[in-house]
Structure formats: structure tokens, C-alpha cells
Design a protein around this ligand. Sequence first.
Ligand SMILES: Cc1cc2nc3c(=O)[nH]c(=O)nc-3n(C[C@H](O)[C@H](O)[C@H](O)COP(=O)(O)OP(=O)(O)OC[C@H]3O[C@@H](n4cnc5c(N)ncnc54)[C@H](O)[C@@H]3O)c2cc1C
Length: 344
Amino acid sequence: MSDVIKTDVLIIGAGPCGLFAAFELGLLDMKAHFIDILDKVGGQCAELYPEKPIYDIPGIPQVSGQGLTEALMEQIKPFHPTFHLGEMVETLEKIGDPLFRCTTDAGKVFECKVVVIAAGGGSFQPKRPPVPGIEAYEGSSVHYSVRKMENFRDKNVLVVGGGDSALDWTLNLAPVASHLTLLHRRDQFRAAPDSVNKMMALVGEGRIDFVLGQVSALEGEGGQIKAALVKTNDGSNFSIACDALLPFFGLTMKLGPVANWGIEMREGELIPVDTGTFETNVPGIFAIGDINWYPGKLKLILSGFHEAALMAQKAYHYVFPGKRLIFQYTTSSSSLQKKLGVVG
Ligand SMILES: Cc1cc2nc3c(=O)[nH]c(=O)nc-3n(C[C@H](O)[C@H](O)[C@H](O)COP(=O)(O)OP(=O)(O)OC[C@H]3O[C@@H](n4cnc5c(N)ncnc54)[C@H](O)[C@@H]3O)c2cc1C
């Protein structure tokens, strides 16, 4: 077993609501670690609509999903939360009163006094392309994310898709791979125009190939792909040799392991909470943001911010039992301002 990481609070999910929770916890001197299955912070805002404007964040007339994520990261900087990205929380169990143990799919083990589940709609799962038998290659030579670029060094890589992920990984892996082909069903892209221009420049320099068509079948054995059969829009077929296939067809959200943690659930996918504290039926485990349910719940970012503030008030009593909590404003409390680093 790896060394146990101990913290006051473990936040599962680094979406906007989880991020703001680190601010409210930090103001009350609680240290937080984050775990998120994505390789970046921001949850739905960063993954599903980074460039779309949001118009209903109080006091901010307009901000993009990515802009809000960056502003939240700036706001929580004084509290130095630790991020464990690209890891999924698999198990969560109560081992004391209150003490929880949590493990991730990367083998990390955490112990904490408070758990905040801010897992939104669950984990983002890659959409699997409709290619017969693709499951047999998944995890060995078909990958839906790039965890380590080095794994693709000197490989013949086939990237499939026309969105940001497909284009970003084409650009990033082009210097690492022995050869790289980008395959997309049409010559229009959903990715950022700058990435498309850079990709086209690489094609122009002969450093990568761009091919129009769709994968219809795979060839290989023992989990190792050798070639992808491609069907073009005019119905003709040909084969592209490759050692690694990276399909980027977008993400869907699935609840994943949250359902197995022994917490009361509603309709199998939402966690009922007390609206005074946003605590679940298990003392010390809180649920904020899109994952929770209570009468009148609105799945809005502003609701999650409010929930985070009330959660922190109750969490304080688990982390500092018997210690009095004095309510203070950031505008007028020099002690809060010191924590924020705005006064000496
Ligand atoms: C297209 C679109 C537009 C939207 N526009 C608006 C808007 O204008 N205004 C507004 O208020 N809201 C809007 N929303 C909704 C808003 O994005 C959500 O309410 C908000 O993202 C919820 O935040 P969250 O932190 O609860 O969860 P999420 O943003 O869903 O983040 C949850 C995080 O938890 C992680 N996670 C889940 N399970 C695990 C696990 N087991 N282990 C580790 N990590 C895990 C996920 O990877 C994810 O990063 C919009 C949503 C969409 C899709």
C-alpha cells in the first residue's frame, strides 16, 4: 500500500463547486486535497464549454467556462490546495469518528476528517466509436486519453476526431511519435481555429498526415493493433498501419463509483442532503453542486457556491472539535484578510 496522504478535507471533484469549496474551507483554516478524474480542473465548465459565456454568476455579467475556472483557481491560491488529477476515486469508507479512507485508481490512499463529494454528474467517460471489437484493444493500444506522452514515443499513432482533444493531441504527439495520422470524417473541425491552422501547417511540412474517413474495423492480435480499416465518404476502403489508436469522440457523464460508497442516493444518481449543512446521511460526508438533491434544487453554479459556504461551517466542527467558530466578513476581518494575503 502506498503512503497514506492525510488531510483535513478531501474534495472529490474539481469542478466549479469543488473549487469554491476550497476557498470557504481555507477561510476557516481547513486544508484540502482534490481528486479529479480529468487531467484538468474546472469540471463541466472546462471540459464541456470552455469558450461558451456564462451570464448568471453573481457580480460577473459574462465569463467563459474556462475564464470562471481560472478566476476560481486564482481565488483559492492563498490556501494552496493540492490537486491529484487524472485519478478516479474508487472507494470511500468510514474508518473512525469522523475519519474516512479513500482510494484512487492510481493506488493513492487518503485519510481525512471530512469528505466533500463535488462529483457533478459523475465521471466523464469517453464515447466509444462504433467499431466492432474495439474493446479488445482498449487500455493496451486503443486509448481515450493521454496520461503519459512518453508511452507514444516512436509509435505509429492514429488520432481520430475533429474536436479540441483530437487536435491538441495531434499537435502534442507529432514530435514524439515516429509517425502520426489524423483521421476525421470531414474537413471541418470543431477545434480552435489556431490548432487547426497549426495542424495544417504540419501537414504542409510533411510532418503528419491528415486523412478524411472513418474507422470501420481494426486489425491486430493480443490487444495490439496493427492497422485500422478506413472507409471514405465516397465508399472506398483502405488501411492505415498504426501501433496506437486515439479516438476522441467526446465525453458522456456516468455516475461511476459514487453509487457504491454506501451513501443514501435518490433515483440512483443524486445524493440527498440536509439544506442547513449540505451533509449526507453519513456524518462528515458532504455533497455539493450538481450531485446533490434537496427540494427546489437548481443545478446552477451559484447554488453550489452557496452550498460550499454552509458546508464549510459544519465541516469546521469535525476538523476542530470543540473549537468555537466566529462568523466574520472578508471585508472587515483582518484575520481573514491575512489568510488571503491581502494584508501583512
Ligand atoms: C453546456 C452547458 C452549459 C451550462 N451553462 C451554465 C450556466 O450558464 N450557468 C450555470 O450556473 N450552470 C451552467 N451549466 C451547469 C454547470 O456547468 C454545472 O452546474 C456545474 O458544472 C456543476 O459543478 P460541479 O462542481 O457540481 O460539478 P462538475 O462541473 O460536473 O464537476 C465534477 C467533477 O467531478 C469529477 N468526478 C466525478 N466523479 C469522480 C470520481 N469518482 N473521482 C474523481 N473525480 C470525479 C469530474 O471529473 C468533474 O471534473 C452548464 C452546463 C453545460 C453542460
